[in-house]
Design a protein around this ligand. Structure first.
Ligand code: MN
Length: 253
Protein backbone atom coordinates (compact mmCIF):
# COMPACT_ATOMS: atom_id res chain seq x y z
CA UNK A 1 0.00 0.00 0.00
CA UNK A 2 1.33 3.44 -0.96
CA UNK A 3 0.57 6.11 1.62
CA UNK A 4 0.93 9.88 1.25
CA UNK A 5 1.41 11.57 4.62
CA UNK A 6 0.94 15.26 5.30
CA UNK A 7 -0.11 17.57 8.14
CA UNK A 8 -0.61 21.20 9.10
CA UNK A 9 1.80 21.55 12.03
CA UNK A 10 4.79 21.44 9.71
CA UNK A 11 7.12 18.69 8.52
CA UNK A 12 9.29 19.09 11.64
CA UNK A 13 6.46 18.32 14.09
CA UNK A 14 6.64 15.29 16.39
CA UNK A 15 3.14 14.27 15.26
CA UNK A 16 3.96 13.71 11.60
CA UNK A 17 7.13 11.88 12.53
CA UNK A 18 5.21 9.46 14.78
CA UNK A 19 2.60 8.98 12.05
CA UNK A 20 5.07 8.31 9.24
CA UNK A 21 7.04 5.92 11.44
CA UNK A 22 3.92 3.93 12.41
CA UNK A 23 2.54 3.82 8.85
CA UNK A 24 5.74 2.25 7.58
CA UNK A 25 4.46 -0.93 9.26
CA UNK A 26 1.53 -1.09 6.82
CA UNK A 27 2.82 0.50 3.62
CA UNK A 28 5.30 2.59 1.68
CA UNK A 29 5.21 6.10 3.07
CA UNK A 30 5.95 9.37 1.27
CA UNK A 31 5.84 12.58 3.30
CA UNK A 32 4.95 15.89 1.65
CA UNK A 33 4.14 18.52 4.25
CA UNK A 34 4.30 22.26 4.93
CA UNK A 35 7.71 23.69 5.83
CA UNK A 36 6.18 25.66 8.71
CA UNK A 37 3.22 25.84 11.07
CA UNK A 38 -0.01 25.96 9.03
CA UNK A 39 -2.66 25.20 11.66
CA UNK A 40 -6.08 26.77 11.12
CA UNK A 41 -5.42 27.73 7.51
CA UNK A 42 -8.38 25.58 6.49
CA UNK A 43 -8.53 24.65 2.81
CA UNK A 44 -6.45 27.60 1.60
CA UNK A 45 -4.39 27.31 -1.60
CA UNK A 46 -1.32 29.27 -2.67
CA UNK A 47 -2.02 30.96 -5.99
CA UNK A 48 0.00 34.20 -6.06
CA UNK A 49 3.48 32.83 -5.38
CA UNK A 50 5.44 29.75 -6.55
CA UNK A 51 5.73 26.56 -4.53
CA UNK A 52 9.03 24.87 -3.83
CA UNK A 53 9.61 21.28 -2.70
CA UNK A 54 12.72 20.96 -0.55
CA UNK A 55 14.07 17.56 0.57
CA UNK A 56 13.85 17.37 4.34
CA UNK A 57 16.00 15.15 6.55
CA UNK A 58 15.27 13.88 10.05
CA UNK A 59 17.61 11.83 12.21
CA UNK A 60 20.12 11.65 9.39
CA UNK A 61 17.81 10.15 6.79
CA UNK A 62 15.55 11.47 4.04
CA UNK A 63 12.12 12.07 5.60
CA UNK A 64 10.11 13.84 2.91
CA UNK A 65 9.49 17.05 1.00
CA UNK A 66 8.92 20.37 2.73
CA UNK A 67 6.58 22.68 0.83
CA UNK A 68 6.30 26.44 1.32
CA UNK A 69 2.53 26.19 1.14
CA UNK A 70 -0.62 24.98 2.82
CA UNK A 71 -1.71 21.43 3.62
CA UNK A 72 -4.08 21.43 0.63
CA UNK A 73 -1.20 22.65 -1.57
CA UNK A 74 0.89 19.71 -0.38
CA UNK A 75 -1.74 17.14 -1.35
CA UNK A 76 -2.39 18.70 -4.76
CA UNK A 77 1.29 19.12 -5.61
CA UNK A 78 2.27 15.68 -4.32
CA UNK A 79 -0.40 13.70 -6.13
CA UNK A 80 -0.40 15.68 -9.37
CA UNK A 81 3.33 16.22 -9.74
CA UNK A 82 5.83 15.02 -7.14
CA UNK A 83 4.88 11.38 -6.56
CA UNK A 84 6.09 8.89 -9.17
CA UNK A 85 3.05 6.71 -8.41
CA UNK A 86 -0.40 7.60 -7.11
CA UNK A 87 -1.03 6.78 -3.45
CA UNK A 88 -3.62 4.25 -2.32
CA UNK A 89 -4.54 6.38 0.69
CA UNK A 90 -3.70 9.79 2.13
CA UNK A 91 -3.26 10.29 5.88
CA UNK A 92 -2.99 13.73 7.51
CA UNK A 93 -1.65 14.29 11.03
CA UNK A 94 -1.02 13.48 13.70
CA UNK A 95 -2.31 16.89 14.61
CA UNK A 96 -1.25 18.48 17.88
CA UNK A 97 -4.74 19.30 19.17
CA UNK A 98 -8.22 17.88 18.65
CA UNK A 99 -10.14 18.42 15.42
CA UNK A 100 -13.68 17.81 16.59
CA UNK A 101 -16.95 19.61 15.95
CA UNK A 102 -16.76 22.88 13.96
CA UNK A 103 -12.96 22.79 14.16
CA UNK A 104 -12.93 20.65 11.02
CA UNK A 105 -13.76 23.82 9.06
CA UNK A 106 -10.67 25.67 10.30
CA UNK A 107 -8.37 22.68 10.35
CA UNK A 108 -5.55 22.38 7.85
CA UNK A 109 -5.14 18.76 8.94
CA UNK A 110 -8.69 17.88 7.98
CA UNK A 111 -8.60 20.02 4.82
CA UNK A 112 -5.59 18.09 3.56
CA UNK A 113 -7.62 14.89 3.87
CA UNK A 114 -10.64 16.57 2.30
CA UNK A 115 -8.52 17.71 -0.65
CA UNK A 116 -7.34 14.14 -1.16
CA UNK A 117 -10.93 12.91 -1.08
CA UNK A 118 -11.94 15.57 -3.63
CA UNK A 119 -9.15 14.26 -5.88
CA UNK A 120 -10.65 10.78 -5.59
CA UNK A 121 -8.52 9.20 -2.88
CA UNK A 122 -9.38 7.45 0.36
CA UNK A 123 -8.24 9.75 3.12
CA UNK A 124 -8.27 10.26 6.84
CA UNK A 125 -7.18 12.91 9.31
CA UNK A 126 -5.75 11.97 12.71
CA UNK A 127 -5.55 14.30 15.71
CA UNK A 128 -4.55 14.01 19.36
CA UNK A 129 -6.29 16.03 22.08
CA UNK A 130 -3.02 17.61 23.26
CA UNK A 131 -1.42 20.71 21.75
CA UNK A 132 1.93 20.07 23.43
CA UNK A 133 5.00 19.36 21.37
CA UNK A 134 6.00 16.82 24.07
CA UNK A 135 2.72 14.87 23.91
CA UNK A 136 2.91 11.08 23.71
CA UNK A 137 1.90 10.25 20.13
CA UNK A 138 2.36 6.48 20.39
CA UNK A 139 -1.28 5.47 20.96
CA UNK A 140 -2.53 7.80 18.23
CA UNK A 141 0.11 6.42 15.88
CA UNK A 142 -0.94 2.84 16.62
CA UNK A 143 -4.60 3.65 15.94
CA UNK A 144 -3.62 5.51 12.76
CA UNK A 145 -1.72 2.49 11.46
CA UNK A 146 -4.55 0.12 12.31
CA UNK A 147 -7.16 2.33 10.60
CA UNK A 148 -4.94 3.03 7.59
CA UNK A 149 -4.72 -0.68 6.97
CA UNK A 150 -8.52 -0.96 7.05
CA UNK A 151 -9.34 2.27 5.21
CA UNK A 152 -9.26 0.81 1.66
CA UNK A 153 -11.71 -1.90 2.72
CA UNK A 154 -14.20 0.36 4.48
CA UNK A 155 -17.30 0.92 2.35
CA UNK A 156 -17.28 4.66 2.89
CA UNK A 157 -18.99 6.80 0.22
CA UNK A 158 -16.56 8.42 -2.25
CA UNK A 159 -17.33 11.90 -0.89
CA UNK A 160 -16.46 10.99 2.70
CA UNK A 161 -13.34 11.53 4.80
CA UNK A 162 -12.57 9.70 8.03
CA UNK A 163 -11.87 12.17 10.83
CA UNK A 164 -10.07 10.45 13.71
CA UNK A 165 -9.50 11.98 17.15
CA UNK A 166 -7.53 10.22 19.87
CA UNK A 167 -7.76 11.13 23.57
CA UNK A 168 -4.47 12.10 25.20
CA UNK A 169 -4.75 9.63 28.06
CA UNK A 170 -2.65 6.58 28.97
CA UNK A 171 -3.10 4.06 26.16
CA UNK A 172 -4.28 1.37 28.57
CA UNK A 173 -7.23 3.63 29.47
CA UNK A 174 -8.38 4.06 25.86
CA UNK A 175 -11.53 2.00 25.35
CA UNK A 176 -11.17 1.55 21.58
CA UNK A 177 -12.85 3.01 18.54
CA UNK A 178 -16.29 4.59 18.45
CA UNK A 179 -18.15 5.92 15.40
CA UNK A 180 -19.46 9.42 16.14
CA UNK A 181 -20.79 12.65 14.64
CA UNK A 182 -19.39 16.16 14.93
CA UNK A 183 -20.61 17.77 18.14
CA UNK A 184 -22.35 21.15 18.25
CA UNK A 185 -19.59 22.70 20.32
CA UNK A 186 -18.67 26.39 20.11
CA UNK A 187 -15.71 28.72 20.56
CA UNK A 188 -15.98 31.75 22.79
CA UNK A 189 -13.68 34.22 21.06
CA UNK A 190 -11.29 36.20 23.23
CA UNK A 191 -8.77 38.56 21.65
CA UNK A 192 -6.01 39.71 23.95
CA UNK A 193 -5.11 43.34 23.32
CA UNK A 194 -1.41 44.13 23.62
CA UNK A 195 0.79 47.03 22.54
CA UNK A 196 3.80 47.08 20.26
CA UNK A 197 6.93 49.23 20.91
CA UNK A 198 5.23 52.09 19.06
CA UNK A 199 2.30 51.88 21.52
CA UNK A 200 -0.03 50.67 18.77
CA UNK A 201 -2.50 47.97 19.81
CA UNK A 202 -2.47 44.51 18.32
CA UNK A 203 -4.77 41.56 18.93
CA UNK A 204 -4.13 37.89 19.49
CA UNK A 205 -6.83 35.24 19.45
CA UNK A 206 -7.09 33.05 22.51
CA UNK A 207 -10.51 31.47 22.41
CA UNK A 208 -12.13 29.18 24.94
CA UNK A 209 -13.65 25.97 23.64
CA UNK A 210 -17.01 24.92 25.03
CA UNK A 211 -17.53 21.24 24.22
CA UNK A 212 -21.24 20.48 24.18
CA UNK A 213 -20.69 16.74 24.00
CA UNK A 214 -24.02 15.29 22.90
CA UNK A 215 -24.25 11.52 23.49
CA UNK A 216 -23.33 10.41 19.97
CA UNK A 217 -20.74 13.14 19.39
CA UNK A 218 -16.98 13.13 18.93
CA UNK A 219 -16.32 15.42 21.90
CA UNK A 220 -18.31 13.16 24.21
CA UNK A 221 -16.61 10.00 22.99
CA UNK A 222 -13.19 11.55 23.60
CA UNK A 223 -14.18 12.70 27.09
CA UNK A 224 -15.31 9.15 27.82
CA UNK A 225 -12.00 7.65 26.69
CA UNK A 226 -12.86 6.50 23.17
CA UNK A 227 -11.08 7.11 19.88
CA UNK A 228 -13.72 9.07 17.95
CA UNK A 229 -14.00 8.28 14.26
CA UNK A 230 -16.36 10.60 12.37
CA UNK A 231 -17.27 10.31 8.69
CA UNK A 232 -17.44 13.81 7.23
CA UNK A 233 -18.13 15.15 3.76
CA UNK A 234 -17.92 18.51 2.05
CA UNK A 235 -21.47 18.74 0.71
CA UNK A 236 -22.41 22.11 2.22
CA UNK A 237 -25.80 22.31 0.55
CA UNK A 238 -28.77 22.95 2.79
CA UNK A 239 -31.28 21.14 0.62
CA UNK A 240 -34.34 22.09 2.65
CA UNK A 241 -33.42 25.78 2.43
CA UNK A 242 -33.36 25.71 -1.38
CA UNK A 243 -37.11 25.32 -1.20
CA UNK A 244 -37.30 28.17 1.33
CA UNK A 245 -35.39 30.45 -1.05
CA UNK A 246 -37.53 29.48 -4.03
CA UNK A 247 -40.01 32.20 -2.96
CA UNK A 248 -37.43 34.60 -4.48
CA UNK A 249 -37.33 32.85 -7.85
CA UNK A 250 -37.66 35.31 -10.72
CA UNK A 251 -37.10 38.37 -8.50
CA UNK A 252 -35.34 41.32 -10.16
CA UNK A 253 -34.26 44.66 -8.66
MN1 MN B 1 -2.31 21.75 13.60
Amino acid sequence: MRILVTNDDGIDSPGIYALAFALRRVGTVTVVAPDRQQSAVGHALTVSSPLRATPFRRNGEMFGYAINGTPADCVKLAISTLLPEKPDIVVSGINHGANTSLNVLYSGTVSAATEAMMMGYKAMAVSLTDFGWEADMSAAADYAAMLAERLPGLALPHDTVLNVNVPAIPSTNIKGIKATRLSDSVWEDVYQERFDPMERPYYWLKGTYHARGEDDSDDRALADGWVAITPIRYDLNNYAAINTLSVLNGLQP
